[in-house]
Design a protein around this ligand. Sequence first.
Ligand SMILES: Nc1ncnc2c1ncn2[C@@H]1O[C@H](COP(=O)(O)OP(=O)(O)OP(=O)(O)O)[C@@H](O)[C@H]1O
Ligand SMILES: [Mg+2]
Length: 248
Amino acid sequence: MAVNPSRGEWKIRANVFDPFTERTLFQLAGKGFFGDLESPVALGKEANVFSASAGRSSEGKEKIIVKIYRLENSNFKKMYEYLQQDPRYMHAKPAKRDVILSWCQREFRNLMLARESINVPTPIGYKNNVLVLSFIGDAINAIPAPQLKDSVPSNPEAFAQAVLERIAILWKHGLVHGDLSAFNILNDGDQPVFIDFSQSSPTTAPNAKELLRRDLTNLASYFKKHGVKLDVEKELERVVKGAKLTRR
Ligand SMILES: Nc1ncnc2c1ncn2[C@@H]1O[C@H](COP(=O)(O)OP(=O)(O)OP(=O)(O)O)[C@@H](O)[C@H]1O
Ligand SMILES: [Mg+2]
């Protein structure tokens, strides 16, 4: 696989592309999940996100997202604590690399589950610390939909309702996002798209309600700034009970 350095972004790459990650990228590209890595999209807390050309398995002009979890990761202790709360991963080994690989696999599995109920990036494939996803935004021209924090919706009230509705549908489907904020919601033409599902947990996890409360609290503080009042406890109860949305 050719890994084309576009516009000299070697600096970002240098701390991602250790030999293990290079091999993983090579294997995923070999399976046709993507073609060539193209440009960096974001440098996140734990991962570097790139756009890539389509591979054999998704031929076309649409770009693909490749999310690479950095193996050198200062946050892995926190990641391990979260994994231990997830019934699917409570027996994960505490070794750093195992934790990061489980984290990446968990995001893939969460997206597979989430997509059955709401609109999320399509998980195309994963291996080790690399996740391949569909591109949200203008996938032809490689322009990602902006994060909610950078793009105030034209009707914040309607957008907030759409976000709450997705949270409730997801919960009913057995999943809580767990890291929902104006960073992890994209504003795709005034429609919310949730991304970054690595912290999502089954609603059966002991901390599921706590994660839901945190998600709602983050959103309440964002929407408050844009003139929309959101009662965290009321919404929490409504989501957990599976009650229908009521107009405020
Ligand atoms: N499928 C996608 N389509 C378009 N843009 C994306 C997509 N996935 C991620 N991005 C962009 O990359 C940024 C970082 O992605 P993400 O939030 O998944 O990683 P992160 O914050 O590093 O996550 P983590 O907390 O798991 O390390 C996003 O805020 C968004 O701007
Ligand atoms: Mg994020």
